[in-house]
Write a protein that binds this ligand. Structure first.
Ligand code: BG6
Length: 504
C-alpha cells in the first residue's frame, strides 16, 4: 500500500481517554495506522480522564482494547512497544484549568524534543455536556492561539436539537475557525459509504439515469440486531431519530441525492450536501401522521437467546416514550428528485444487522414479451450494501438459457471480497488520518448539522409531545412495527432486505 503518512508531527489530546470509544475505536485505529506506516514519524497520544492511572496502566488498558477490538487482531509485542512509547496519561477533570496548563507544558516538551511544531488535535470523546467546558478551557489556557496547529474533533451527538446545535456551533466558532472543527459522523469514513461518491461521479453510466425520470423510489435501511447495550442512559434521551437519522442516515441520503460537486474539495462536497438538506420537504403535522412511524422493541428471542424489552433495559425509564425504531418517507423538492419518495428506516433489535441503500428504477414503458415468457419480473434495482456485506448489485431482467424466451431476474455483482484482496480500513482509521492531514471532506460542516436538525425538529417535537400509546409495538427479531410496512405498502412498495448467510 502506498503510504500517506502526515509529514507534520501530531499530538492527540483525548478527553475521555479511559472511555469505551478510545479503547474500542480510537487507539486501535491509530495503532493500525501506525502498522500501515500512516502515522507521522513524531506523534504522541495523551489520554486524559478522572481515574488515577500511571502511563503503564493506561497503556495496558489500551492494549487490552486492541487485542479485543482491532481488525488486525492481537498486537505484535515489538510494534506495540514502539507504538505505546508514544502514549501518555494525565489525570484531570474537564473543568480543572490547571490540567490544561499541564497539557500545554507537555505539548511544549514534545515540540522541543522533536524540534518542530506539532499539530495538536483535541479529541472530545466524552459526553456532549462536557463539550462547551472543554472548548472554553482550551481557549482560556491559550491552547487555541495558533489556528494553524490546533484542531478539535467533536463526537456525535452534535447538540440535542436545533437550538442546542446552534449554540454549540456558536460557541465553537467563537474559539476556532470552521477549518479547525472536525465534527465526526463515523458513517462517512466507512469504505462503502465513501464509494457512493466514487460510484456516482467516476462513472458516466449512472448520471443520466440518476433522476426522477428513471428512478421510482429510494430506500435506505439501517437495521441492527443489537439493543441499547450499556448505553440506556444516553439512548433514552436520544432515540432512533437523534441517534441514527439526524446524522448517519441523512448523510447517506445526501450522498445519493446530491448534485455532482464541481470538485472533490471539502467545501464543494459539503455544500452540495447542504443543498439536499435544504431542498427536503418540511413536515407538517399532517405529514408526520402519514409519513413517519415510530416503534419501540418488546422482549423476544435473538439468535436463540432471550432478550428483554427496551423498557426493561438497564438505565431506561420503565415507562419510556423513546423510539428505538423509525421509518420515514422524505421528499427532496428540486428538479432532480421531485416526486421521488426516499424511504428511510432504522431500528434496534431487528431481524438483521444490515445497512443497504436500494434504488428502484422505473418499469419499462411497454412490455413486448407475452405473459408466458415471464418467469419472474422485477423492475431494475441497484443495491448498495454498506455492511456487513460490502457490495453493489445491479438487478436486471435477462433471458434464461434454453430454447424458449423465458425471462427472470439476475444480478451483476461487484463484491469487495472477490474484487479486492487488500484489507478494508475501519472508518476511524480514515477519519483520524484525515484529521492529521487536515482534510475535512468526510466531516460535517456546521450548517449541515443545523440543516439536518431543522428538518427533523417537527417530528422530534411531535413525538415528544404525544406519547405513543402502542409502545412497545414490535418484538425483538422482527422487522419493526407493522405500520412501517404499511407506510411503504400504501405506495405499492415493500422494504428490501438482502439474504445474509442464507437468512432472509
Ligand atoms: C452510533 C450509534 O453512532 O452508530 C449506535 O450511536 C449505533 O447506536 C452505531 O449502534 C451504528 O454504527 P455501525 O458502524 O455499527 O453501523
Amino acid at each position: 500500500m502506498e503510504t500517506i503518512a502526515p509529514s507534520q508531527a501530531s499530538i492527540f489530546v483525548i478527553f475521555g481517554g479511559t472511555g469505551d470509544l478510545n479503547r474500542r475505536k480510537l487507539v486501535p485505529a491509530l495503532y493500525n495506522l501506525f502498522l500501515d506506516d500512516c502515522m507521522p514519524s513524531k506523534f504522541s497520544i495523551i489520554g486524559t480522564g478522572r481515574s488515577t492511572l500511571s502511563d503503564e496502566e493506561f497503556r495496558q488498558k489500551l492494549l487490552d482494547g486492541i487485542n479485543k477490538f482491532s481488525r488486525s487482531g492481537k498486537a505484535d509485542p515489538e510494534k506495540w512497544k514502539t507504538f505505546s512509547s508514544n502514549i501518555f496519561y494525565q489525570v484531570s477533570h474537564v473543568s480543572d484549568t490547571e490540567a490544561y496548563k499541564e497539557f500545554g507544558k507537555r505539548i511544549q516538551r514534545h515540540e522541543k524534543e522533536w524540534n518542530q511544531k506539532a499539530c495538536v488535535i483535541y479529541y472530545m470523546a466524552v459526553s456532549p455536556n462536557f463539550f462547551p467546558v472543554i472548548a472554553e478551557n482550551i481557549a482560556k489556557s491559550g491552547l487555541a492561539n495558533d489556528p494553524e496547529h490546533c484542531r478539535i474533533v467533536v463526537e456525535k451527538p452534535f447538540g440535542n436539537d436545533l437550538e442546542s446545535s446552534k449554540s454549540l456551533n456558536k460557541l465553537l466558532t467563537g474559539i476556532f475557525t470552521e477549518e479547525q472543527i472536525y465534527r465526526i459522523d463515523h458513517y462517512l469514513g466507512k469504505e462503502t459509504v465513501q464509494n457512493i461518491m466514487a460510484f456516482r461521479f467516476a462513472n458516466s453510466l449512472f448520471e443520466p439515469l440518476w433522476n426522477r425520470n428513471y428512478i421510482e423510489h429510494v430506500q435506505i435501511s439501517v437495521t441492527e440486531q443489537l439493543g441499547v447495550e450499556s448505553r440506556g442512559d444516553y439512548y433514552d434521551n436520544a432515540g432512533a431519530l437523534r441517534d441514527m437519522v439526524q446524522n448517519h442516515i441523512l448523510q447517506l441520503l445526501c450522498l445519493i441525492a446530491m448534485e455532482p460537486p464541481g470538485s472533490f474539495s471539502a467545501d464543494e462536497v459539503r455544500s452540495r450536501k447542504v443543498d439536499v438538506l435544504r431542498a427536503m420537504r418540511k413536515f407538517t403535522p399532517e405529514d408526520i401522521r402519514h409519513s413517519a412511524v415510530r416503534g419501540q422493541y418488546a422482549k423476544g428471542w435473538i439468535e436463540g437467546e432471550e432478550v428483554v424489552g427496551y423498557r426493561q433495559e438497564d438505565k431506561v425509564d420503565p415507562k419510556s416514550n423513546t423510539e428505538t425504531f423509525a421509518a420515514i418517507k422524505f421528499f427532496v423538492d428540486n428538479w432532480r428528485w421531485q416526486g421521488v419518495p426516499f424511504y428511510l428506516r432504522t431500528g434496534k433489535r431487528l431481524h438483521q444487522s444490515s445497512s443497504i441503500v436500494t434504488i428502484q428504477f422505473r418499469d419499462v414503458p411497454h412490455y413486448i414479451f407475452p405473459p408466458e415468457a415471464i418467469e419472474s419480473w422485477q423492475q431494475n434495482r441497484l443495491i448498495i450494501s454498506i455492511q456487513p456485506e460490502m457490495s453493489i448489485r445491479m438487478q436486471v431482467q435477462a433471458k434464461k438459457p434454453g430454447l424458449d424466451m423465458l425471462l427472470n431476474t439476475v444480478e451483476m455483482v461487484f463484491d469487495y471480497k472477490s474484487s479486492y484482496t487488500s484489507y478494508t480500513p475501519e472508518a476511524y482509521e480514515t477519519l483520524l488520518l484525515d484529521t492529521m492531514i487536515g482534510d475535512q471532506t468526510l466531516f460535517m460542516r456546521g450548517d449541515q448539522v443545523e440543516a439536518a436538525w431543522e428538518l427533523l425538529m417537527p417530528i422530534l417535537t411531535t413525538w415528544a409531545n404525544k406519547k405513543s400509546m402502542s409502545f412497545p409495538n414490535y418484538s425483538a427479531d422482527s422487522w419493526g412495527p407493522e405500520l412501517a410496512e404499511a407506510l411503504i405498502a400504501k405506495d405499492g412498495f415493500h422494504w428490501f432486505a438482502l439474504p445474509l448467510n442464507g437468512k432472509k
